[in-house]
Design a protein around this ligand. Structure first.
Ligand SMILES: [Zn+2]
Length: 320
């Protein structure tokens, strides 16, 4: 019997249970499009709540569930719209939440977009680790893929196939001097530790010419080399260079992990994608959920039989 943090219950350590955070915590960042400060608050939630957003700048805002069916546009990011209320650029934050194995969480945001931070999921991982985690008294529910589902648009495709664990494979194909041909494919065998070490700090990237066009349309006003890898016609402009030789494709996996978490549960399956993006990732999730024969829900009696390794709560909690 182990007692975890501020949770008022005693949990059997062996059972694979749901998780929320141990205490409320807040951070501030800059909105990519507005260039204005955005406040984020994270609050623990009861079992079976899932991940929900709320706009703290709107009085009596209805909660906005992190659901693939609420994604209304995928221009450069995944954006949720519910009852006319928008929460944009959710994918890097959702990637952190998925990566840390958090099932239930309320995110209050003071603007229509999640702050861009450094363009990766690492700052969100940092703040959630500071809050610590709390095991809850209900089994963690996994969505297990039981037959292959594939979506395709032009030469781009994405699929999920049955697999005992969670693995993500991604290939990009940029014919550009800044993109080394040897580093356009990456694979992540998902565990919390692999996520934190190999994926969470991979930054988003953009081409200078696109950023200039967006600015003319009053978008990407907060975009800078502090929150993206910026590429001109020939090279990477950031003085510090890349964090990983294959940082671009790692970031595409980071995005996919966040987009796939909009399915509402951790996934058991193998994700393969070629040149996919937010729109195609969303189409894949909707396609899977459209037919109950594509998946089933499973739970695990203990951490040993669960094919996904989440770090124990104690080693995840850090002082902040
Ligand atoms: Zn991204």
């Amino acid at each position: 019997m182990v007692h975890y943090g501020n949770c008022n219950k005693i949990c059997e350590k062996a059972v694979m249970n749901q998780r929320t955070i141990n205490r409320a915590i807040a951070i501030t960042g800059i909105g990519l499009h507005s260039g204005q400060p955005v406040d984020l608050e994270f609050h623990p939630q009861p079992v079976n709540t899932g991940v929900v957003f709320e706009r703290s700048d709107i009085a009596d805002c209805a909660p906005i569930p992190a659901s693939a069916f609420l994604v209304q546009d995928t221009m450069m990011s995944s954006n949720l719209v519910f009852g006319g209320t928008r929460v944009g650029t959710v994918e890097h934050l959702l990637s952190a939440i998925a990566g840390l194995g958090v099932d239930n969480l309320l995110i209050r945001v003071s603007a229509s977009e999640i702050p861009i931070m450094d363009g990766s999921a690492a700052p969100f991982v940092g703040v959630l680790l500071q809050a610590g985690f709390c095991e809850q008294d209900s089994p963690k529910k996994f969505l297990k893929i039981v037959r292959p589902v594939r979506v395709k648009v032009d030469d781009k495709w994405a699929e999920l196939r049955p697999y005992d664990g969670f693995e993500l494979n991604f290939e990009i194909d940029f014919d550009h001097p800044a993109f080394d041909k040897d580093f356009q494919h990456a694979q992540l065998r998902f565990s919390t530790q692999n996520f934190i070490e190999e994926l969470s700090s991979a930054r988003t990237f953009g081409f200078l010419r696109d950023i200039e066009t967006l600015r003319k349309n009053n978008l990407a006003l907060g975009g800078s080399m502090d929150n993206a890898i910026v590429i001109d016609e020939a090279k990477i402009l950031n003085a510090e260079g890349l964090r990983f030789a294959d940082e671009f494709v790692r970031h595409k996996i980071l995005d996919a992990l966040g987009d796939l978490y909009l399915i509402g549960y951790p996934i058991l399956g193998r994700f393969n994608a070629y040149k996919s993006g937010h729109a195609l990732n969303n189409l894949l999730v909707r396609e899977i959920l459209s037919d109950k024969n594509n998946y089933k829900f499973v739970t695990f009696d203990d951490n040993v039989t669960c094919p996904i390794e989440y770090l124990p709560l104690t080693s995840l909690t850090v002082e902040g």
